[in-house]
Design a protein around this ligand. Structure first.
Ligand code: TRP
Length: 330
């Protein structure tokens, strides 16, 4: 059997450099002739985080264009929107009914939300957040994926997916493949402009599809210490350096390290950083501008993608319904 590579991006906010380095680029690089790839927009996951209708819609478009501009070829992969594949949400219910509540209690994202609360531990926590890992398991298992490229923050969700798949296989019959997480080899946390992990929830992103001026502004905002030009600087744990090393080759990195020790000014260091990022993003930005001219493109591609991939989901769900007893009586 061919490998089945699957990954999704939640459609909240503007696609950023962290999505690109952590999900889009490594996933596109994994695809080859011995694999089938499934890349999708997790719009039902977005509903967990926001009730802002407009922002979900615009994010679906932007994330789709981010994938396409970065080189996704819809003729060579399955490219679709989660909500168009109704079988995913149906599977989510079937899996909800075999998943122990205790397993969900242990999810980091849920635990972090509880820990942030003081007197009422349930404050602001919807059931979507609580059962989020089950929806994610459904995304993965509906297509019997074998490999799931994710950032290290998603590893626990993958473990849960494996647990849920095993439980189903044990209760009914071996149906699901047990998928493997693939964490990008130089598994760095991509820092945002404040040094924490780049994330829309921290509002510290560097946007992927912005113009040069905006990119330059984001880079200028990166927080540094107050060492003066001429004073030697430490590249370890420095956000500017960490981001630089996500884009630069070894030789460039060792040169940059030397410049740090020689006391490069923060202004010059940020210029160097801007240059390496811009060099990589320039062709992506140009493709984005071209693709964005065709206002129907994203809808058309996602409709075609849903049509192509949905029969696979329907077949799987048909089998599952039979197995659990939701089918015509005999
Ligand atoms: N939870 C993932 C994130 O926030 C997005 C996602 C949803 C996903 N479903 C998935 C990733 C299935 C991989 C596979 O990054």
């Amino acid at each position: 059997m061919k490998k089945r590579i699957l990954t999704g991006i939640t459609t909240t906010g503007t696609p950023h450099v962290g999505n690109y380095l952590g999900a889009i680029k490594p996933s596109l690089e994994l695809a080859d002739e011995n694999s089938e790839s499934f890349f999708f927009l997790a719009d039902y996951h977005a509903l967990i985080k926001t009730q802002d209708t407009k922002s979900i819609k615009s994010s679906v478009k932007d994330v789709a264009l981010a994938w396409l501009s970065s080189g996704l070829d819809p003729n060579k992969s399955y490219f679709y929107k989660q909500s168009d594949i109704k079988e995913i949400t149906e599977l989510s219910w079937i899996l909800t009914c075999i998943t122990a509540k205790g397993l969900m209690n242990r999810a980091h994202a849920y635990k972090a939300a509880v820990a942030d609360n003081k007197s009422d531990e349930d404050k602001g926590i919807n059931m979507g957040l609580f059962s989020y890992p089950i929806l994610m398991a459904s995304d993965i298992l509906i297509f019997n994926s074998t490999h799931v490229p994710v950032g290290s923050d998603q590893l626990q969700h993958l473990e849960m997916t494996r647990d849920i798949a095993q439980r189903f296989n044990h209760l009914y019959t071996k149906t699901f493949n047990i998928p493997e997480a693939i964490v990008h080899e130089n598994n760095k946390i991509i820092p945002g402009i404040d040094g924490r992990k780049m994330s829309k929830s921290y509002k510290n992103i560097i946007p992927l599809l912005s113009d040069e001026k905006t990119l330059k502004k984001s880079v200028a905002k990166i927080v540094t210490n107050s060492l003066e030009p001429g004073e030697p600087k430490n590249p370890d744990g420095c956000t500017v350096f960490d981001l630089y090393s996500c884009f630069a080759n070894e030789a460039q990195q060792s040169q940059f390290k030397k410049a740090y020790l020689d006391g490069i000014s923060w202004g010059d260091a940020k210029n160097e950083l801007f240059n390496v990022i811009n060099e990589e993003l320039l062709p992506i930005r140009e493709t984005f501008i071209k693709l964005d001219e065709d206002k129907n493109l994203v809808n058309d591609l996602l409709d075609a993608g849903a049509e192509k991939v949905r029969p696979l989901a329907q077949e799987m769900l048909g089998e599952l319904r039979e197995l659990v007893g939701i089918s015509k009586i005999e």
